[in-house]
Design a protein around this ligand. Structure first.
Ligand code: IMP
Length: 452
């Protein structure tokens, strides 16, 4: 995991349903980078970085700021200015000052307005979806998709409908006033049709957002050209993915997905760099699987093993505090993720959470309509019905992970107990991707790299 000295564009992508531990990996890689770029999503993301005994929770601000690296919010991101202000204040309270030297925001990034979370919540309540989606969601109290209710989907819809606000509008009082008044009227009618409404007047929203616009104006930049020029000028640029491959709006378990392209191709579109600017793609996969919100999850566990993963892995959402659903690793997902992203390597996280399980299972295929398929089912109906076909490996227990980390510095994966190593090697073989690092604890230091 050493980034070359030459111009380099490295995309780090989640290979499951998000929460793979990208924050830690990105933070480690950011230290060797010159520039870090977020290219999609918004404050639905939650990246945890634990370093020097301190814990940081990032949502919208790229993880590069913790390492003091110039960090950009690209045009593909949706920004809630209130949430951004809160995050910047929390970081300042933790000793990280976000100045315009550190953070740049693309003029073209979309803005989440107060009506977007209101719409998100209203739709989740009403269940404005159809067929299998509703049937699946009925089992859950989390709403239909189980979104983060942060207004992500409605903000992306407005962008595609060409009626949304962008960052350039937020920092220009005249345009902001015009758009807030016109859109407030329209969105209020939509909300009324869903039997709810916005309590805030357009005057109030305009006044607050104009102030936020003034506060953020100095962050405005052309992030796309800055990132492109950086790569072609020989800098090392890290493209930080949020969520994961199976939440991609086009290739995830639709409709139980987020509203952006989370896969590596999304880095070009969201950051505004040419495909050739991405010179390497690294995936992040948890050693088991988790998911927040509704939707298919064939290897989900509802037994003591599921509870072991949930409790030992502290599987609670960073952004929403929801319990994550837990299950065995699904190699068919990793294969699909590799197909979609073209991983050069995989970072395997939270291996230590499996400590204490007598047997480890990996889904190698699925049974759908009585037939075995090696691919993760594409349609949501099939994915909801899929029954995993497992391969069983021996587990490991009472491992001294500190010793593994210490010895790992010299021996690489040779420091892992033989059962843990066999598990890692089997994942490599099934996914068809080499594992570059294995993470065995929450701190940045708790990591073992493969020996070159
Ligand atoms: P939205 O992005 O808020 O619209 O939520 C859509 C789906 O993506 C829901 O199932 C969320 O739980 C999930 N989701 C969104 N962001 C994250 C994340 O950062 N980690 C894990 N799941 C996420």
């Amino acid at each position: 995991m050493t980034i070359s000295k030459k111009g380099f564009g490295l995309a780090v992508i989640g290979s499951q349903w998000g929460d793979e531990g990208k924050g830690k990996i990105v933070h480690t890689l950011a230290e060797q980078s010159d520039l870090v770029v977020r290219f999609q999503g918004g404050h639905n993301a939650g990246h945890t970085v634990v370093t020097d005994g301190r814990k940081f929770k990032l949502h919208l601000v790229p993880s590069g700021v913790i390492a003091g690296k110039r960090s950009l919010i690209g045009a593909g991101v949706v920004i809630d200015p209130r949430a951004l202000k809160r995050e910047i204040e929390e970081l300042a309270a933790n000793g990280i000052r976000i100045t315009p030297r550190v953070l740049g925001i693309d003029y073209r990034a979309s803005i989440i307005m107060p009506w977007h979370p209101a719409l998100d919540e209203a739709r989740e309540k009403r269940g404005a979806m159809f067929g299998a989606a509703v049937a699946a969601a009925k089992k859950s109290a989390a709403g239909v998709i189980g979104t983060t209710k942060r207004g992500i989907g409605p903000a992306y819809e407005d962008r595609a409908a060409r009626v949304g606000l962008v960052f350039a509008d937020l920092i220009d009082a005249t345009t902001l006033r015009e758009k807030v008044f016109a859109l407030h009227h329209y969105e209020q009618r939509v909300l009324h049709s869903l039997h709810c409404g916005l309590a805030e007047s357009p005057e109030r929203i305009y006044a607050e957002y104009a102030t936020l616009g003034r506060e953020f104006a100095l962050f405005a930049c052309d992030a796309a050209s800055e990132a492109s020029d950086a790569v072609s000028g020989g800098a090392r640029v890290l493209f930080e993915g949020a969520q994961g491959t199976f939440l991609d709006v086009s290739f995830g378990t639709y409709p139980f997905v987020t509203s952006s392209n989370t896969i590596a191709g999304g880095a070009c579109v969201g950051a505004g760099v040419p495909p050739r600017a991405i010179t390497r793609v690294e995936g992040v996969a948890k050693a088991y699987t988790t998911r927040v919100g509704n939707g298919p999850f064939p290897t989900e566990l509802f037994d003591a093993i599921g509870r072991h993963l949930q409790e030992k892995g502290a599987e609670i959402g960073t952004s929403t505090g929801r319990r994550r659903r837990c299950g065995w690793l699904d190699a068919t997902m990793l294969r699909r993720a590799h197909q979609l992203n073209g991983f050069d390597g995989l970072h395997l996280t939270k291996l230590d959470v499996l400590d204490g399980l007598r047997e480890l299972k990996i889904a190698v295929a699925h049974e759908v309509h009585g037939k075995q398929v090696r691919e993760f089912p594409i349609g949501v109906r099939d994915a909801l019905r899929a029954r995993p076909v497992y391969e069983t490996l021996r587990g490991f227990a009472n491992v001294d992970w500190k010793k593994v980390v210490r010895e790992g510095k010299k021996k690489g994966f040779g420091a892992l107990p033989s059962e843990a190593l066999a598990y890692v090697r089997r994942i490599e073989a099934l996914a068809g991707v080499p594992v570059i690092s294995v993470s065995v604890g929450p701190r940045r230091e708790d990591i073992v790299f493969a020996k070159n």
